[in-house]
Design a protein around this ligand. Sequence first.
Ligand code: 9Z3
Length: 292
Amino acid sequence: MDSPLNSEIESFFDSAPPLNDRAAISQKLKEFIALNSSESGTRRVACVTSGGTTVPLEQRCVRYIDNFSSGHRGAASTEHLIKMGYAVIFLYRRGTCEPYCSSLPDDAFLECFEVTEESAVQGSSRRPSVEASLYNYIRMLQMIAVSSRSLGPCSMFYLAAAVSDFYVPWKSMAEHKIQSGSGPLDMQLLQVPKMLSVLRKEWAPMAFCISFKLETDAEILLEKADMARKKYGMHAVVANELLSRKEQVVVVTNNGKIPVYRDKTSSDSDVEKPLTKLLVDRHSVYIKDSNT
Ligand code: 9Z3
């Protein structure tokens, strides 16, 4: 029988369309996890989420609500984690920053191409914007978490994506484009179920989990981050304020709040370098403690 947590997620998905290519994604995940696990030792695998999610307002989506994220944090962090020996599953929103692309021109032209399995370059098949939807994000995260369970404490979740807090349930969503001309739009959004709790308690209970807390009001930031850490059982919450997020963050853990700064003496440094270093050190301690 489903636990209350899972059934909350099930009702969130109630009648929403399934993920495209589910079987193919699941197979690729299986292969990736197998490649990084062996009798002699499991490699550390991080799932980095990046970019903002959208919530559609119409089933045949013309309009949606978006959460801001350029994807820089996720892309840069992925590069640093790979340098530190991690295998990374990068769950990102198409069109936002990708690892190793920061020196390429910020040009939509590059979006017109994609790399095939055989490493050939081909024209991209354009996908509808609903691809970045919260529904797909949560479904993919669940698949990744469940597939990486076998990695135990060697698995890390680094949840930098900006995730919508509110959504319109699929069942009560208008099918066609909402019509204008009859006055103000009156629409009720429900709160998204607490997916972080489910991740920690059910999908990947042994994984090391880091979430991010974004605020625009610095006064409430640290308190909200600590509340999230306790409420969802995160091993660390990275607190950041929108305007200063590229210069400094604060890592909130059960034994203190650690500020992390970008190295201002070097123009090409980023805050993600010291941030990932600190989190990788914490992850090492976590793995050691789990094995004793
Ligand atoms: C973050 O706070 C990220 O650090 C940013 C990175 C999105 C600010 P950029 O992509 O920016 O480099 O432009 N991500 C998490 C935001 C979020 O939605 N957090 C939820 C919350 O604050 C909890 S999961 O409630």
